[in-house]
Design a protein around this ligand. Structure first.
Ligand code: PGA
Length: 258
């Protein structure tokens, strides 16, 4: 795992955008795994800016989103479909048919989840997966005690997640209770994973995920089993890390490595 600590959320977003740009420069038809929530907003702004400057071309890119609320239509302002179109897709040149987001309104969730997994494989697998982390340590909507081998499926959201996400809705009562989400096992098959976090409210989850045991109580801890994971976090989100000095030492020494 590589742990990169940045001084601000803006720096975090710029570093993440450079990772995406590097991936697309090396492979213009890369498959990106995308996340929603407040964490990747700065990254998406930066990608839009780079695209508008002519530095990033999405014409051959395919994307798979991690999750969606069950019961919200594409037009619901809190649906992840709406979020992705507003914050990224409508500002870049990605073909509509290359965009995959789990459906929150299918009449057959089981069949849909199978199809989603199959499409990821048919498209060649995810080259770069962007993740946020919940304050309960979840990745996508893989809430505590989700199987670390789980695949795309319906999940019941934890009370903590409903409370955390109530800020986007009128009240906790309006937050959907179920979501369709890629599983931890699905995520672990991505070739490279970049997890972003900023703010003090993420510090304990980040520390548990990086330095704690691998446990389904903190599904992000499963990333310890992946061979190519990068955490890009701001100082607040890094503030509970016991070995922060060590991670910064590694970063400082890396440019001179043979
Ligand atoms: P946030 O959510 O980016 O809105 O903090 C992250 C998550 O729950 O995965």
């Amino acid at each position: 795992m590589e742990i990169i600590v940045k001084d601000s959320p803006e720096e975090m977003s710029k570093t993440a955008a450079r990772m995406v740009a590097r991936t697309l420069n090396a492979k213009p038809n890369a498959v990106l795994g995308l996340a929603t929530g407040s964490t990747p907003l700065g990254l998406y702004r930066e990608l839009v800016r780079l695209h508008q400057e002519g530095a990033l071309d999405f014409s051959q890119v395919t994307t798979f989103n991690l999750d969606e609320y069950v019961g919200l239509t594409h037009r619901h302002p809190q649906s992840y479909h709406y979020f992705m179109h507003e914050n990224l897709f409508k500002h870049i040149n990605i073909p509509q048919q290359n965009i995959y987001i789990p459906s929150g309104t299918t009449d057959n969730y089981e069949a849909f989840c199978k199809w989603y997994e199959q499409r990821i494989v048919e498209c060649g697998g995810i080259d770069l997966q962007i993740l946020g982390i919940g304050s309960d340590g979840h990745i996508a909507f893989n809430e505590p005690t989700s199987s670390l081998g789980s695949r795309t499926r319906i999940k019941t959201l934890a009370r903590q997640t409903i409370e955390d996400n109530a800020r986007f809705f009128g009240s906790p009562g309006e937050v959907p209770v179920y979501a369709i989400t890629m599983g931890v096992g699905t995520i672990l098959e991505a070739r490279k994973i970049v997890l972003l976090a900023h703010g003090k409210q993420k510090a304990d989850a980040v520390a548990a995920a990086i330095e704690g045991p691998v446990t389904s109580k903190i599904t992000a801890s499963a990333l310890q089993l992946h061979r190519d994971v990068m955490y890009i976090v701001d100082r607040d989100a890094a503030s509970s890390l016991e070995m922060l000095d060590y991670y910064e030492w590694i970063q400082a020494k890396m440019p001179d490595a043979p």
